[in-house]
Write a protein that binds this ligand. Structure first.
Ligand SMILES: *Cc1c(COP(=O)(O)O)cnc(C)c1O
Length: 403
């Protein structure tokens, strides 16, 4: 690493550092993203496109739609699965069929789509705090927020880590509330998230198949429910409420996935087990390098979904804030992401809500979590370089603080 010497020298001049092993890392030549889309075999996808051309069926639940819907259902193994054109529309469709009124208790520590789905239906989101350990909706905090106006609870299996579904199921039963899960991060190796434990799916669980997720169909999503009647309503809502040519039953939207998207999904589905295996090895490499470092807690990556590798930075113990580390990584072309910052409860449109205040665990998580690159097109050498950059950043900050 001779090319690093001039800057190394400059570094020790600036910071008076003499440690020999303090090598300045080299930036990645091209940006290292957290999860670039998993691509299918090009020829296989093109041959499916040829089929689509010959059939002239481009959408409206064609052959590829059917194939993908049944492929996903088979992988999950129970419940009724409907395929949608994206996760957000699927969630809006689901909520619209649950006859919710008034208030829906929701986690602030999620992607904005979770909360927007509630607001778009004219319902009031009520934020509850999260568990400080796994960062899913805290059942105790949910109980505190229940009022006579509450009609549902919406939790996110954040980073693929399951919510406390047993406690939420009980709360739902005791208070006659609908339970909905945003499982956008959960598809893949989904046990124990989608288990047949009572209430594990809630009334309905949404999945997202966006290009950034482990499994994707470019854009796409799904609903899983064990309630056959609800499943029928979801399918109607997905297609404008149209039951038959001359029979429109209820209010619906357009949630249909096109054949081009479904074909992508069919081929990507074949690839995800290999992708999960690759990610598991990389996650192990991260774990072995980052375990025991003061101020770093590994939050997700070992879990069932391998969707994200997430660390939490305790600024005091680590010697630097999460934001400073994030910037340092950016300088090295490592595109870590601050999921989920800002908190949904701090977004302008929701910050005025009374429940948006006093969410200390969520607030802290939003300041401390950092998602590191984890995907099958990187190798363990890249993981090593990311970890060395983290160590280098830490040493730099610690030595600065002694100046
Ligand atoms: C990606 C994501 C969504 C949105 O899904 P789309 O398919 O992009 O509409 C919703 N919730 C969470 C937690 C997500 O990560």
């Amino acid at each position: 690493m001779t090319s690093s010497e001039p800057s190394s020298q400059k570094f020790s001049e600036t910071f008076g550092h003499t440690e020999r092993d303090l090598r300045v890392p080299q930036p990645f030549e091209s940006p290292l993203y957290i999860s670039p889309p998993l691509l299918p075999d090009r020829e296989e996808y093109f041959s499916s496109l040829k089929e689509i051309f010959s059939s002239r069926t481009l959408t409206n639940m064609g052959q590829f739609h059917k194939k993908l819907e049944s492929g996903i259902a088979a992988r999950i193994g129970f419940g009724h699965v409907s395929l949608w054109n994206n996760g957000t529309i699927a969630l809006i469709g689901a909520l619209s069929q649950l006859e919710l009124k008034g208030e829906v208790i929701v986690t602030p520590y999620t992607f904005p789509a979770t909360v927007h789905a509630i607001a778009l239906l004219g319902l009031t989101p009520v934020f509850a705090d999260i568990d400080p350990w796994d960062m899913t909706l805290s059942a105790a905090s949910v109980s505190d927020r229940i009022t006579r106006k509450t009609s549902g609870i919406l939790g996110t299996h954040i980073y693929g880590q399951p919510c406390d579904t047993a406690s939420l199921h009980q709360i739902g039963k005791d208070n006659s509330l609908r339970i909905i899960y945003d499982g956008a991060h959960s598809f893949g190796r989904h046990q124990p998230i989608f288990s047949d434990e009572p209430g594990a799916l809630g009334d309905v669980t949404m999945l997202s198949f966006h290009a950034t997720k482990l499994f994707h169909s470019v854009e796409g999503g799904a609903l899983i429910t064990e309630d056959l009647d609800l499943d029928k309503r979801f399918r109607l809502a997905r297609n404008f409420g149209i039951k038959a040519e001359d029979d429109v039953e209820g209010v619906g939207l357009n949630g249909k996935m096109s054949e081009l998207h479904a074909a992508m999904g069919v081929h990507v589905l074949d690839k995800i087990d290999a992708e999960i295996e690759k990610r598991a090895l990389l996650a192990d490499e991260y774990i072995s390098r980052l375990t025991g470092i003061n101020g770093i807690r590994i939050v997700a990556g070992q879990g069932p979904s391998r969707q994200y590798f997430v660390i939490r930075i305790d600024a005091k113990a680590f010697g630097s804030s999460r934001n400073e580390l994030h910037l340092s990584l950016r300088e090295m072309n490592i595109m870590s992401r601050r999921y989920f910052y800002p908190l949904c409860s701090d977004i302008d449109v929701y910050a005025h809500l009374p429940s948006a205040k006093n969410l200390p665990n969520a607030k802290q998580a939003a300041e401390e979590c950092l998602v590191l690159p984890l995907n099958g097109i990187m190798d363990s050498n890249a993981v090593g370089r990311v970890c060395e950059t983290i160590m280098w950043h830490r040493k730099k900050k610690v030595s600065q603080s002694f100046l």
